[in-house]
Design a protein around this ligand. Structure first.
Ligand code: ZN
Length: 316
C-alpha cells in the first residue's frame, strides 16, 4: 500500500491523463474505505450513443457512475457485475446501468428525450432529477458469475439517485455510506464533468473517524464542480480523508463498453416464433437495436433464412 503523496499523484496524472478512472483508498490511521471516480468521458459517450436530452444525460450519467460505485461490493478486477435499475413514475421511465468489476459500464434510460425540469437550490438553477425520475423503486442485482444473482429492491427515498444508493446500501447491505454523484451538463448539452464517491466504514472503525469523515463530506463542494475545476480522484480522496494519511489501495480504469454483438442479436432472433421470422423475411430484413448502447444490427433476407433454418433444426 502506497501513501498518496505528490510523487504518486504525479504518476497517476501522467498515467491516466484525461481518461476516466477510479481510486480506492483507505486512511493509514483508521478503518474507512473510499472509492472516488471521474466519469466525464464515459458519460459523454453515453450521451452521444443515446442522444439524450440534457436532463436525461444527467440521470443516465448518475446511474452509470452509481453502478460503478456499487462495484465496491464485488471482487476487484473480475467479470462480476452489478445491475442498477431505477423504476420511477417520472417521465424518464426506466433507468438501467450495468457495471462490472473491471470498470466497464453500459446503460440506458427509457425516454432519452425528456424535457428539462429545473429547481432553484440556494438561488442557482439546477436540474430537478427527482422530478424526472419520480417515485418508485431502486433494484440492485449482484451477479457473482455463479449461482443465482442476488437481487434486492428498496423504495426510492429521493429520486436524486445518490441518496437512493446510500439508502440501498444501508437497508440491504447494512453498510452506512456517504454517496455522492454529479454530472455537469454544459450549454451545448455536452458533459463537462462527471464523477462520484462512495465512502464507507470498515469493521473496527472508530466513532471519531466517522464524525471526521462526515465533517469532511459536509465541507466539500459538489463533486461535479470539483471535477470541472480539475480535481482528480486522488485530490478528492485527500479532501474526503482530510486529517488522515490516505493510502492508495487500488486503481480502476473506467469506460463505457457494451458486450453486445451481431451474434448476441442473432441469438435474440433465434427465440422468435417461426412465423414471426417468416414475416421478417417477407419484409426483407430486420434491424435489432441494443438497448444498452443503441447499436443497430441489420439482418438481411438471406441471413434471416439461415436463422429460420437453424430455428427449425432446434425445434425438431
Ligand atoms: Zn450494446
Amino acid at each position: 500500500m502506497k501513501e498518496i503523496n505528490s510523487q504518486v499523484k504525479d504518476d497517476l496524472k501522467n498515467y491516466f491523463q484525461d481518461r476516466d478512472y477510479g481510486v480506492v483508498a483507505v486512511p493509514k490511521e483508521d478503518a474507512i474505505r473510499a472509492l472516488v471516480v471521474k466519469t466525464t468521458n464515459l458519460c459523454e459517450i453515453a450521451r452521444l450513443r443515446h442522444k439524450t436530452s440534457p436532463i436525461a444525460t444527467a440521470v443516465l450519467g448518475r446511474a452509470l457512475t452509481g453502478a460503478i460505485l456499487l462495484t465496491s461490493l464485488l471482487k476487484h478486477g473480475t467479470e462480476q457485475r452489478i445491475l442498477l435499475k431505477i423504476e420511477g413514475d417520472g417521465p424518464i421511465g426506466l433507468v438501467v446501468a450495468e457495471a462490472n468489476a473491471k470498470g466497464e459500464v453500459r446503460g440506458f434510460v427509457q425516454n432519452p428525450n425528456v424535457p428539462t425540469f429545473t429547481k432553484k437550490v440556494n438561488g442557482t438553477k439546477k436540474f430537478d432529477i427527482a422530478k424526472a425520475v419520480g417515485k418508485g423503486t431502486l433494484t440492485v442485482v449482484k451477479d457473482f458469475g455463479f449461482g443465482t444473482p442476488y437481487e434486492s429492491t428498496v423504495p426510492l427515498v429521493s429520486g436524486e439517485i445518490a441518496e437512493d444508493i446510500a439508502y440501498y446500501l444501508l437497508k440491504s447491505e447494512q453498510i452506512p455510506s456517504a454517496v455522492s454523484l454529479g454530472v455537469l451538463v454544459g450549454e451545448t448539452g455536452k458533459v463537462e464533468a462527471a464523477g462520484g464517491f462512495l465512502a464507507q466504514p470498515l469493521p473496527g472503525v472508530t466513532e471519531e473517524a466517522i464524525s471526521r469523515l462526515e465533517e469532511n463530506v459536509k465541507k466539500m463542494p459538489p463533486i461535479s464542480t470539483l471535477v470541472k475545476n480539475g480535481k482528480r480522484p486522488e485530490d478528492i480522496v485527500e479532501m474526503l480523508f482530510e486529517g488522515f494519511t490516505p493510502n492508495l489501495l487500488a486503481l480502476k480504469e473506467l469506460s463505457f463498453k457494451c458486450k453486445c454483438s451481431k451474434e448476441v442479436a442473432e441469438g435474440g432472433i433465434l427465440v422468435f416464433p417461426e412465423d414471426e421470422i417468416e414475416a421478417l423475411i417477407k419484409e426483407g430484413g430486420v434491424s435489432i437495436k441494443c438497448n444498452f448502447c443503441n447499436e443497430e444490427y441489420f439482418f438481411n433476407k438471406e441471413e434471416l433464412e439461415k436463422i429460420l433454418e437453424e430455428r427449425k433444426k432446434n425445434t425438431n
